[in-house]
Design a protein around this ligand. Structure first.
Ligand SMILES: C[S@@+](CC[C@H](N)C(=O)[O-])C[C@H]1O[C@@H](n2cnc3c(N)ncnc32)[C@H](O)[C@@H]1O
Length: 250
């Protein structure tokens, strides 16, 4: 018998035990991860953000996803788990310049292809059109913009880009601002439940690619060095960008 929507499992059953166990280290009050209190790590996305990825992937019915920034594989595991719900042929390509132990190492994620290398140069399959790009590597303008310029042509029309840390890292915010300026894309940035001592929250941007073609994304040399936080180092360039960002509520 064909499954009705009510029969489909959208819940925890697809999330491996190792991942749910890892989530017990999450400290909801600050949106960080307990690595031996009082020390908190912010290397993984918030649980709420990972669960949002999980639902979003289901909502749009993604099959091919590219992620930059695997780290210990927390977001990777959630994306892979979401992909496996509806489509056994779905594949997640995830890139990291470092190969550190993954939280899902003992789980059987046959739909994950881990690519070790710099996201700007690592070989990726040239015959895949992605449904979603998830950008979460080093958060500098230079890397983020180069990733977008490289991977956006591989994103299908109507596909999505998810970006973490828009409000926190100026490099990410600036790249999101360029997507916003380009009429081929539309975007919204959601607040995320992680606040840093300087009052900035991380934020998650959802960008939809509405059209192919021009204007192409481009690397703006003026912003090449932007990767710091406004409260700590504010150059003239960042000031003007930050003001622009404030006006637009990026
Ligand atoms: C914020 S962590 C990613 C967190 C992960 N998405 C999660 O939620 O579990 C950033 C990762 O990006 C990687 N990275 C930094 N620069 C990179 C680059 N140019 N290419 C590929 N990976 C990079 C780092 O090694 C690090 O593991």
């Amino acid at each position: 018998m064909k499954k009705t929507t009510c029969d489909i499992d959208y819940g925890n059953q697809h999330i491996p035990l190792s991942v749910r166990k890892y989530e017990q280290k999450y400290v909801q009050e600050c949106g960080g991860w307990d690595i031996g209190l009082p020390h908190i790590s912010y290397a993984n996305v918030e649980v709420e953000v990972a669960r949002f990825y999980y639902s979003f992937i289901n909502l749009v019915g993604a099959k091919y996803i590219l992620e930059t920034g695997t780290n210990t594989g927390y977001s990777t595991a959630m994306i892979a788990a979401a992909l496996s719900i509806k489509d056994p042929d779905g594949v997640l390509y995830t890139i990291d310049i470092n190969n550190i132990p993954k939280i899902f190492e003992n789980e059987d994620f046959t739909n994950v292809r881990f690519l070790i290398g710099n996201s700007i140069t690592v070989s990726i399959p040239d015959n895949v059109q992605f449904d979603i790009l998830i950008i979460d590597s080093d958060h500098s303008y230079s890397t983020v913009m180069r990733e977008l310029i490289r991977f956006e042509p591989l994103l299908k029309t109507g596909g999505y880009i998810l970006m973490h840390d828009t409000h926190y890292f100026d490099g990410v915010g600036l790249a999101v601002s360029q997507l916003c300026d380009n009429p081929r894309f539309e975007k919204i940035t959601l607040e995320a439940p992680r606040y840093h001592p300087n009052g900035r929250c991380t934020g998650v941007s959802i960008i939809r690619k509405n059209n192919e073609g021009i204007p192409l994304l481009f690397f703006d040399d003026e912003y090449a060095a932007v990767n710091v936080y406004e409260d700590e180092t504010a150059t003239g360039i960042q000031e003007s960008y930050i003001n622009k960002r404030r006006q637009r509520r990026l």
